[in-house]
Design a protein around this ligand. Structure first.
Ligand code: FES
Ligand SMILES: [Fe+2]
Length: 430
């Protein structure tokens, strides 16, 4: 299948190593390919599991099931305020230590024979200890997992000796967004669901905007800035060693495409309402109710320079895909953190969290409720293709898919996975 090289000036031309060729379907449908991804990617790299605000005080914990790592992890704040992660597996006869998905405790007690562990996972209590045979408590704590925090996001790594620190993993692509006011986004909502499709297939639907005009034709297509010829090209795209970014412009004359309107009010709100008042009256009513009620304002000039890196006056948001499965979209005043956690080669746990500033008035809370429902509908539209695409891929009717310039991130994603599988297998053979 011969395709022409990317013309100069296109996004793809900047990354000649990615080529312009078709992408094989096999990585999306093969159980064997998924086993390779588990071994060489998910068990070897940093994975986002949650935010520090979820466990604000000593003893607060949550549990994350990471099927792609064949484990379940307890993430807990210890007495010193540090965040620890450990496998949810008792050292005695391996029962799961914690059954609840989140909670608060002074110690972890196994519900099988009552072994007790402190918040660092050290074994501190063994009923009938004298009946064991010289039990050395120090050797039988919970198995710790590497755990580091970046900008309040907690990551774990199953590799006992991670090849790079979390900071070194993220900095080359994301140093410029450090300082984004995550800590001011204390309100929000979340959904999670299992979708019967490959994790990359789900992620791909969120790392290009080519689909917006169609899938979201009646919901948010009018929020994206259109070019003269009516397409919706991204402002720019960046591909790194692992991660990738896409920057998008918004139609300032829409509520959804002008996120500043509610926090800044004034001109931004006037502009958003100029069209929305007649075209989307409910969105306009929600905006009117919410203007000025956010606890914080978010002046664009105070955001880190790495956001809106093209300095577009119409900037809407940047999509940041943190390899492998973490989608972090940053807007002037709210953000979305989605994980596409693989469960099987054709099953993905999607965990979607949206963080907003706290709204101080009933009108502001109405606005937030409106945005929640609007986003829910958009997500349902996004999900509407996924299981169908997976079924269609599994028919074997097509062995490849083709990608255009604005789907560069999908192409990059494929190449990074391939490269890491090859590298992991080379090390294994050596
Ligand atoms: S399995 Fe946990 S105390 Fe026995
Ligand atoms: Fe979408």
């Amino acid at each position: 299948m011969l395709l022409s090289p990317a013309p100069e000036g296109t996004l793809t031309a900047r990354y000649p190593e990615l080529g312009t060729g078709p992408i094989p379907v096999e990585p999306y449908i093969s159980p064997e390919y998924f086993e390779r991804e588990k071994a060489h990617i998910f068990k070897k790299t940093w994975l986002h599991v949650g935010r520090v605000e979820e466990i604000p005080t000593a003893g607060d914990y949550f549990v994350r099931d990471l099927a792609a790592c064949d484990t379940s992890i307890i993430v807990v704040r210890n007495r010193e305020g540090q965040i620890r992660a450990m496998h949810n597996v008792c050292a005695h006869r391996l029962n799961e230590i914690v059954y609840d998905k989140r909670g608060k405790t002074r110690k972890f007690f196994c519900k099988f024979h009552g072994w007790a562990y402190d918040l660092d996972g050290n074994l501190t209590g063994v009923p009938d200890e004298k009946c064991f045979f010289g039990l050395d408590r120090e050797q039988f704590g919970l198995s710790r997992v590497a755990c580091e925090v970046w900008q309040g996001f907690i990551f774990v790594n199953m590799d006992p000796e991670p090849a790079v620190s979390l900071a070194d993993f993220l900095k080359p692509m994301y140093a410029g967004i450090e300082g984004y006011p995550f800590e001011k986004l204390t309100s929000g909502f979340s959904w999670s669901t299992v979708v019967n499709c490959n994790w990359k297939l789900a992620l791909d639907a969120f790392q290009e905007a080519y689909h917006v005009a169609y899938v979201h034709g009646n919901s948010i297509a009018d929020a994206i800035d259109k070019s003269e010829n009516d397409s919706m090209p991204p402002l720019d795209a960046l591909c790194g060693e692992y991660h990738r970014r896409l920057s998008l412009a918004g139609n300032q004359k829409s509520v959804y495409g002008n996120p500043k309107a509610v926090t800044s009010g004034g001109e931004a709100a006037k502009q958003a309402l100029s069209d929305a008042a007649s075209k989307r009256p409910i969105a306009a009513a929600a905006l009117r109710a919410g203007i000025g009620s956010a606890r914080h304002s978010f002046p664009l000039e105070s955001l880190p320079a790495g956001l809106n890196w093209t300095n577009s006056p119409n900037w809407l948001f940047d999509i940041n895909v943190v390899f492998p499965d973490f989608y972090l979209s940053l807007r002037p005043n709210y953000c979305q953190a989605y994980n596409f956690r693989p469960v099987a080669h054709n099953k993905t746990l999607v965990e979607a969290r949206v963080y907003y500033p706290e709204m101080t008035t009933p009108g502001g809370r109405f606005f937030l409720e409106y945005m929640k429902v609007a986003l829910r509908d958009v997500l349902l539209e996004d999900f509407s293709t996924l299981e169908r695409t997976q079924r269609a891929a599994e028919t074997g009717a097509k062995k490849h898919m083709i990608l255009q310039d604005n789907e560069l991130l999908v192409r990059h994603s494929y190449h990074v996975v391939e490269r890491l599988l090859a590298a992991g297998e080379a090390i294994q053979e050596a």
